[in-house]
Ligand binder design. Structure first.
Ligand code: GRF
Length: 215
């Protein structure tokens, strides 16, 4: 870590279990991620377990009601919180809401998202070539694990990418492939994908830290 640069102040946004938030908390507490600190956790759901995880580690938490009609208000509140907590990087880790283009455009290369499928480097395009040379379709949006199973793929994975206004289409920071085993269900596959993600999300924050300022 470059001692000239202060740790990144992260806001982690969740809507559910928050196991990837936990992976970041653990890496920071074990001093495996000195490049970052979690300054704030925001949840779009009051009952998200991610909030409990944050509170247990004395991380400030905010629940922001966020259905479609509340988006502009929620974004305005998010903006105020990001300023108040002096956030450097927003990490969308299982955050089931979509920011408006106007919001995203204010934070070029400062929002990253974890997407449970393989995305091409530029983020754009409808196909991805896996490490063994197989071309597979790119799945964006929801239910992508089920789409991978339905397509009969042998490999899927997860990607961390920068957020741009187009959904799941921003430049890729890093990704990991995950094998699909015979007999996998959405549940068993999700478990394996999440295990990979818990390392991936830490790697992504490190990579962003190293690469920022070089652009
Ligand atoms: C992850 O699989 C992520 O790829 C997807 O939502 C899931 C969040 O899991 N966007 P968790 O809440 O971090 O356990």
């Amino acid at each position: 870590m470059d001692s000239q640069q202060a740790p990144l102040r992260l806001a982690v946004l969740v809507s559910g279990s928050g196991s990837n938030l936990q992976a970041l908390i653990d890496a920071i507490e074990r001093q495996q991620l000195p490049e970052a600190e979690i300054a704030l956790v925001i949840s779009s759901r009051a009952d998200a377990y991610g909030l409990q995880r944050a509170l247990k580690h004395r991380i400030p938490t905010v629940y922001l009601p966020w259905n479609r009609s509340q988006r502009l208000e929620a974004e305005a509140r998010t903006l105020a919180l990001l300023r108040l907590f002096e956030i450097d990087l927003l990490v969308l880790a299982g955050f089931m809401r979509i920011f408006s283009p106007g919001f995203v455009d204010q934070f070029p290369r400062r929002i990253i998202n974890l997407h449970p499928a393989l995305l091409p480097d530029s983020g754009m395009g409808d196909t991805f070539v896996t490490s063994d040379g197989t071309t597979i379709p790119v799945f964006r949006g929801l239910h992508v694990l089920q789409h991978a199973l339905d397509a009969g793929l042998k490999v899927t994975g997860s990607t961390v990418h920068y957020v741009i206004p187009e959904l799941d289409a921003g430049p890729v920071l890093c990704r990991r492939e995950v094998p699909i085993e015979p007999g996998d269900t959405e549940e068993t596959l999700q478990k394996r994908v999440k295990q990979a993600e818990h390392r991936l999300i830490v790697e992504a924050v490190k990579k962003h830290y190293q690469e920022r300022g070089r652009r």
